[in-house]
Design a protein around this ligand. Structure first.
Ligand SMILES: [Ca+2]
Length: 163
């Protein structure tokens, strides 16, 4: 649970959806000076990290890392904390599409879910183009290797053995 200035974990070993006790403090230092820019939107990434966002007018100071607007992440097993990227303004959303592309939403970037969907469409089109170019490159590389294999004996003919 994200409850600035804390990221908390409520153990529930018996899985009855009732906390087994007081929460554990996993992180502390999320800024609280501007309610519209506080850390929010916990989201699991495809890499097993827990992602969140923070806005531009609230300063976080976590494990020696100071930042405002951007995306941060926390690993639930190794307990590492990282500032994943900086940018945006009052960030209020982060998600991942089917290809694992991360999309960060902020007030000055996009205003609606349709904008996120349009950005995802653009990103997926770019990914498709990259895949096509990669396949073309692989095919061209194969052609070059075949030609190299054909012409190399002509360029470097076998030399007679020295006696
Ligand atoms: Ca419980």
């Amino acid at each position: 649970m994200l409850n600035p200035p804390y990221l908390l974990f409520y153990p529930d070993a018996n899985r009855d959806d009732v906390p087994d006790g007081d929460p554990q403090v996993l992180l502390t230092g999320f800024g609280m000076e501007d309610a519209q820019a506080m850390s929010n939107h916990l989201t699991w990434g495809p890499d097993g990290w827990l992602y969140g966002v923070n806005g531009s007018t609230t300063t976080c100071r976590i494990r020696g890392i100071e930042f405002q607007q951007g995306v941060w992440r926390y690993h639930p097993i190794t307990h590492e904390f990282e500032l994943f990227c900086e940018g945006g303004s009052n960030c209020y959303g982060v998600t991942f599409d089917a290809n694992g592309l991360g999309i960060n939403n902020a007030t000055n970037n996009w205003g609606a879910a349709s904008d996120i969907a349009a950005a995802a469409t653009d990103l997926n089109a770019a990914l498709t183009q990259l895949r096509t170019q990669s396949q073309a490159f692989r095919s061209n590389l194969s052609t070059v290797q075949s030609r190299h294999g054909f012409t190399q004996p002509m360029v470097n003919p076998p030399q007679p053995a020295r006696t």
